[in-house]
Design a protein around this ligand. Structure first.
Ligand code: PMT
Length: 396
C-alpha cells in the first residue's frame, strides 16, 4: 500500500536521535522512499552516514548546499515526519521561523505532518512548549507521544520519544487509503490451547502472524478492528482493540460479544478441533492415563456463519495439499463469503512463517492463486477482495 511513497524524516538534536535510524530503516523496509534531513544539533549526536546507509538516499544537512532543496524536496513528498523533535524545532515551526534546513522545509511542505517530540519533562511541560504544540495541532499537525518513563537526563516523566514501532505505524497508516473507514471488523488469530491438566495441553503450531497482519492492514485502512487472539508472543498492532483468549470456547465467547456490531468476521485462528473431555485439576501422574478422551470443540465459524445476515464472513482453510475441493466444502458448509486456502506443507506457507501462499475462493465462484508473499501483502489482498464483495452488495 505504501510502496513508492516518499517521506521526509527530519532528525533534530536529541539523545533519542539514534532511534531515528531504526525508524528510517523500518520505513525503507516497507518500500517507502525516505529522505533524511538533519539539523546541526542532530549531527552532534549522529552521523548522516548512518541514515545514508539505511535509506540509500542523500541526507540533507545544510540550507545552502543545494539552495532550492528546501522547496523541491517537500514538493515531491507525501509525508513530513520529525522524530525526534526538540522544543527548539517545535518552537520554530509554531512561530514561522525558517532559519535552517528543517524549519525551512516544514514551511514549504503542504501535506501531512507528524511530529514525535523528545525532551526533558520540564521542557515538555513548559507552558510555551505546550502552547506551541496546541497551536500546531490547530493547524492540522499531528503529534505522536511523547511517552512517560525514565529520561536520558536522569529524570522520570513525560518526554521519551514514542515507541519507534508506533511512529512507523502512524506513518504507514497515514499513507494508507482509508477504504475501510466506517467498517467494524473482528479478526481472530493464533492457536487455541485446550488444557489437559495444570501443566499439559493440546494446541497447534499457529504463531498468530497471519491474523495479526490482517488486523494491522484493516486498521491501517481505517477500520475499527478487534483482534481476538489465542496465546501468541506477538505484540498486538497499534490502534487495534485486543482480546486475549486461551481455549476455543473462550474464543467463541469473545467473538459472540463483538459479533452483533461487526460488519465482518475474519477467522485466521487455528482453533483446536478437539479438547480433552475432562480437565484434571491435579497434574496427572505418569502411568495415570493410558487413553486421552477427547470431545469436539465448538465450530466457531460454522455457528456464526448461520447467523451472518449481511455480515461478510471470511475463513481460512489449512490443508496438507492444495485441496480446493475441501476448501470449497468449508466455504459452503460454514456459509462463508470467502475462504483463503493455504497448503501448510509448502515452504514459506502456513504456520509460523513470515510469508504465505494462498488461493482465495469466494462465494461467487471467483478463484485466485497468489504466489509466496509477506503476510501483510496477503492481508491487503484479502481486504481488497472483501471490498469488492461489499461493492457488489453481497449479491451472489
Ligand atoms: O498463525 P500463523 O502461524 O501465521 O499461521 C497461519 C495459519 C496457518 C494458522 C492460517 O493461515 C490458517 O490457515 N488459519 C486457519 C487454520 C484452521 O483452523 O483451518 P481449518 O481448515 O481447520 O478451519 C477452517 C476454518 O474454520 C478456519 O477459519 C478456522 O478458524 C475455523 N474453525 C475451525 C475449527 C473450529 N473449531 N472453529 C473454527 O471456527
Amino acid at each position: 500500500m505504501t510502496k513508492g511513497k516518499h517521506v521526509i524524516l527530519c532528525v533534530t538534536g536529541s539523545i533519542a536521535s539514534y532511534k531515528a535510524v531504526d525508524i528510517a530503516r523500518r520505513l525503507s523496509d516497507s518500500g517507502i522512499n525516505v529522505s533524511v534531513v538533519m539539523t546541526d544539533a542532530a549531527r552532534q549526536f549522529m552521523s548522516p552516514l548512518a541514515f545514508e546507509a539505511v535509506t540509500r538516499n542523500k541526507v540533507y544537512t545544510n540550507l545552502f548546499d543545494d539552495p532550492l532543496s528546501h522547496v523541491t524536496l517537500p514538493q515531491n513528498a507525501d509525508l513530513f515526519l520529525v522524530a525526534p523533535a526538540t522544543a527548539n524545532t517545535i518552537g520554530k515551526f509554531a512561530s514561522g521561523i525558517a532559519d535552517e534546513i528543517v524549519s525551512a522545509m516544514f514551511m514549504a511542505f503542504e501535506g501531512t505532518v507528524l511530529i514525535a517530540p523528545a525532551m526533558n519533562e520540564k521542557m515538555f511541560n513548559n507552558p510555551v512548549v505546550q502552547k506551541n504544540i496546541k497551536n500546531l495541532t490547530a493547524t492540522g499537525v499531528r503529534f505522536i507521544g511523547p511517552d512517560s518513563g525514565s529520561l536520558a537526563c536522569g529524570y522520570e516523566g513525560k518526554g521519551r520519544l514514542a515507541d519507534t514501532g508506533e511512529i512507523v505505524e502512524a506513518v504507514i497508516s497515514a499513507l494508507s487509503p482509508k477504504d475501510l473507514k466506517g467498517k467494524n471488523i473482528v479478526v481472530t488469530a493464533g492457536p487455541t490451547v485446550e488444557a489437559i491438566d495444570p501443566v499439559r495441553f493440546i494446541s497447534n503450531r499457529s504463531s498468530g502472524k497471519m491474523g495479526y497482519e490482517i488486523a494491522r492492514a484493516a486498521s491501517r485502512r481505517g477500520a475499527d478492528v478487534t483482534l481476538i487472539s489465542g496465546p501468541s508472543p506477538l505484540v498486538p498492532p497499534f490502534g487495534v482493540s485486543f482480546i486475549k483468549v486461551e481455549s476455543a470456547s473462550e474464543m467463541e465467547d469473545a467473538v459472540s460479544k463483538k459479533f452483533i456490531k461487526c460488519d465482518s468476521l475474519v477467522m485466521a485462528a487455528a482453533v483446536s478441533d478437539f479438547a480433552p473431555s475432562a480437565f484434571s485439576r491435579k497434574k496427572i501422574k505418569k502411568g495415570g492415563l493410558d487413553v486421552l478422551k477427547l470431545r469436539r470443540t465448538p465450530d466457531i465459524l460454522q455457528s456464526f456463519g448461520k447467523k451472518k445476515g449481511k455480515k461478510l464472513i471470511v475463513g481460512f482453510a489449512a490443508e496438507t495439499g492444495k485441496d480446493i475441493g475441501s476448501a470449497k466444502k468449508k466455504l459452503m458448509s460454514k456459509n462463508l463469503d470467502m475462504i483463503a486456502l493455504n497448503d501448510v506443507t509448502q515452504e514459506g506457507a502456513g504456520f509460523n512463517s513470515e510469508t504465505n501462499i494462498v488461493t482465495i475462493i469466494d462465494r461467487n465462484g471467483g478463484v485466485s492463486d497468489h504466489p509466496k508473499m509477506k503476510k501483510i501483502e496477503i492481508a491487503d489482498i484479502i481486504i481488497d477482495r472483501m471490498l469488492r464483495l461489499w461493492e457488489k452488495g453481497g449479491k451472489r
